[in-house]
Design a binder for this molecule. Structure first.
Ligand code: NOJ
Length: 710
């Protein structure tokens, strides 16, 4: 082909050559407009209301698409392909956070499954439903380490541990992106919110975060560094002000670390309005300066701030932004569009909604993921239920559909939701069931108490379905008070006084402070917000058909005054002092807590060698015996602690986990390969890796082992 011919339109030409060919043909105006993202369709994002852009230019780079059918997207795409000079397709994005139409449990719950393969399957179903509806790109997964349950967005991520966020982040990327980005059922993933957003002070959304360089490097960055290794196509720059420099204007995190140190070649999109908000954060005097800061820091796409479209051309002319910087951002966007196959297949084929959404196999995965996400927090033997003749099902969650979805429910529909009452009724066919709502989630109205008390008196066992409304967590949902609401506690007290066995089933998007509800319950099942298909999992756990296997990915505080409370604190000056004088310093339920109907015994730990050299690998093994009465799935966690090093390290750090079925009476051998440098070393406040000679302790279950690094 001659160079004047459009190489970029030829799919047989290598990708980078196509990108350069197209870039060389673009005017500054065409480049600038590519770097903006507007919305298309009726905005369903509650916290981010933008002024809809009328007459969207055919050259626009990206749109957030709120539709569930491809028609509108295809019409807009045709406009881009046919009415722009170069025919560059638009990239359509959307927040499919835990499902598109089939809604899976909230991500915090998914983490409690400790089953990355299942999480990956869920994400690939989401990718298929999303892609076939006209969307190429999801703003997920969220891999922000979160240690403050007052922050509503804890629901959207994988909890308090960096390694867990990394592993589930990788699983999500694999699920969304599939084998190849240009497959008809793959979408691009977006790791967010880079970086440290989970450290929002006092759990308040969008605010300042105080993060030392050490903590940045050893706590908040690792999930990103590791998830990028699974090929994540994009990343979102965060709202939070990281110790003075906002995430969307932070050259250190966005360029020095992400590009220069890690070599990330993918796309960076700002969070919604994050460029404009640099003015509020006091680092830009106006929108023009905000755009300059963001692009120069490394934000390629401006989501809804209208800074790049208004000022970027001027900034380039004034040499405030180098043309090479502009080109590099456009290059990244074009590369993703080529990778997604958008130039060859710009339009989404029409498929029947029934063939696209909620396929039988998808529902099975949703149900299984719900089941494995649920955590049995307490059980005095009341569960599983034995020959219960009369069961009362009480509470605002019992016959509730919408609140099962939690926050960010995509295009989940209430009519698809399996309600708890229905799930329990279907499961317990021989049990007579009576339902009473009793009270609402909040308020003072006790008029429903009477009916609830009557049902409880009549019953042998009472199931109380309580907790939070779905929209109490998620973005812009910080709560100063995370105790189980008073009205629900009062209803529990009245029912408890009757003296019947009480099973508390909790729906919530964050760890709660449960107060006296713990003592008033014989058993507590944390079902989280399980999505469209979680009710039969709850029923199965109640009946004993399912042996619960979830374990907490985030600590439940005993009291709000303990927050932040998480398992991997750095070692303290006095390990036997510094406790609260007015209450316990222990959490109510710690990280990794979760009961089962069976019992597991852990054997002694063994290692392939106990004296290790830098750079080598070591195998650590443990056998686990199911010596209880039921088959079960057990998650084995391997922690490392380093009692002495140049940096004060966490008391213990999760380095591996593995979940497996162990049949009753059987023993499984778990083996973990540790890399001395990566797993037993640590980084300093510049990201430099150190592996120091000395003792390192390995801990699995109640067993410990010492290793020595030479
Ligand atoms: C703001 C949220 O912080 C982010 O998570 C989301 O992806 C964008 N809005 C787009 O909706």
């Amino acid at each position: 082909m001659k160079p004047t011919e459009k190489l970029y339109t030829d799919p047989t030409v290598p990708l980078d050559i196509r990108v350069e060919d197209l870039l060389s043909r673009m005017t500054v105006e065409e480049k600038v407009i590519q770097l903006n993202q507007y919305t298309l369709g009726t905005n369903d994002i509650e916290n981010n209301k933008g002024v809809e852009v009328k007459n969207i230019p055919a050259e626009i780079g990206s749109l957030i698409y709120f539709g569930t059918e491809p028609e509108l997207r295809n019409r807009m795409q045709r406009h881009a392909m046919e009415n722009s000079r170069l025919g560059i397709p638009i990239l359509f994005g959307y927040d499919a956070i835990h499902g598109f139409r089939t809604i899976f449990p909230i991500p915090l719950a998914q983490a409690c499954s400790w089953n990355p393969a299942l999480v990956e399957q869920g994400c690939s179903i989401t990718a298929q439903e999303t892609k076939q509806s006209g969307i190429d790109w999801t703003f997920s997964p969220m891999i922000d380490v979160s240690r403050d349950p007052r922050w509503g967005r804890v629901a959207e991520g994988y909890g308090e541990d960096p390694y867990a966020n990394a592993i589930f982040g990788q699983a999500a990327v694999r699920g969304y992106q599939g084998k190849k980005l240009d497959d008809s059922i793959s979408i691009a993933a977006c790791l967010k919110h880079y970086v440290g957003y989970g450290a929002s002070e006092a759990g308040r959304d969008y605010v300042y975060t105080e993060i030392s360089r050490q903590t940045l490097w050893d706590t908040y960055l690792p999930p990103y560094e590791i998830s990028l290794r699974s090929g994540a196509a994009s990343l979102m720059s965060s709202f939070n002000n990281i110790s003075g420099i906002p995430g969307s204007a932070n050259h250190y995190t966005l360029t020095e670390i992400l590009r220069n140190k890690w070599g990330f070649r993918g796309l960076v999109v700002s969070d919604w309005g994050a460029v404009l908000q640099l003015i509020n954060q006091g680092v830009a005097k106006d929108l023009k300066e905000a755009g300059k800061l963001a692009l120069n820091a490394g934000v390629d796409i401006d989501m809804m701030s209208h800074s790049y479209d208004k000022y970027l051309k001027e900034l380039v002319a004034e040499k405030e932004v180098e043309p090479t910087v502009l080109d590099e951002s456009v290059r990244r966007l074009l590369r993703l569009k080529f990778q997604l196959g958008l130039f060859e297949n710009p339009y989404t084929p029409k498929t029947e909604a029934s063939a696209r959404f909620r396929r039988t196999a998808s529902l099975q995965v949703a149900e299984e993921l719900s089941a494995q996400s649920m955590v049995l927090l307490k059980n005095d033997g009341t569960l599983p239920l034995h020959a219960v003749k009369r069961l009362a099902v009480i509470g605002p969650m019992a016959n509730n559909d919408h609140d099962m979805l939690g926050c960010w429910w995509g295009h989940g529909e209430d009519k698809d939701i399996h309600k708890l009452l229905d799930g329990i009724t279907d499961e317990l066919k021989k049990t007579e069931i009576r339902y009473a709502k009793g009270c609402d989630f909040l308020g003072e109205d006790e008029s429903g108490f009477k009916e609830a008390l009557q049902a409880a008196k009549w019953a042998d066992v009472v199931v109380m379905c309580m907790g939070e409304k779905g929209n109490w967590s998620g973005e812009n949902n910080s709560h100063a008070d995370i105790t189980l609401p008073q009205i629900q506690q009062r209803l529990m007290q009245k029912i408890h006084a009757i003296g019947k066995k009480v099973i508390l089933v909790l729906a919530n998007g964050r760890p709660l402070v449960l107060g006296s509800a713990v003592d008033m319950s014989n058993a507590i099942l944390e079902m989280w917000q399980p999505g469209t298909d979680g009710a039969s999992a709850v029923a199965g756990i109640l009946s004993g058909r399912i042996n619960p296997s979830g374990k907490l990915a985030m600590t439940f505080p005993y009291s709000q005054g303990q927050i932040p409370i998480y398992y991997n604190r750095r070692s303290s000056a006095r390990s036997n002092q510094g406790f609260y004088k007015d209450m316990t310093s222990e959490p109510l339920y710690s990280f990794a807590h979760g009961l089962s109907y069976t019992h597991y015994s852990y054997g002694e730990l063994s290692a392939s060698k106990t004296t290790l050299s830098k750079g080598e690998k070591v195998k650590v093994s443990v056998s686990v015996t199911n010596d209880g009465e039921h088959d079960g799935m057990e998650t084995v966690f391997l922690y490392v602690s380093d009692p002495y090093s140049r940096i004060s390290r966490p008391v213990k750090e999760l380095k591996r986990f593995d979940k497996r079925m162990i049949r009753k009476g059987e023993t499984e051998n778990f083996e973990f390969i540790l890399d001395v440098n990566r797993d037993l070393g640590f980084v300093d406040d510049q990201g430099n890796l150190f592996v120091e000679a000395g003792e390192v302790k390995i801990c699995i279950g109640d067993k410990k082992l010492s290793l020595e690094i030479k």
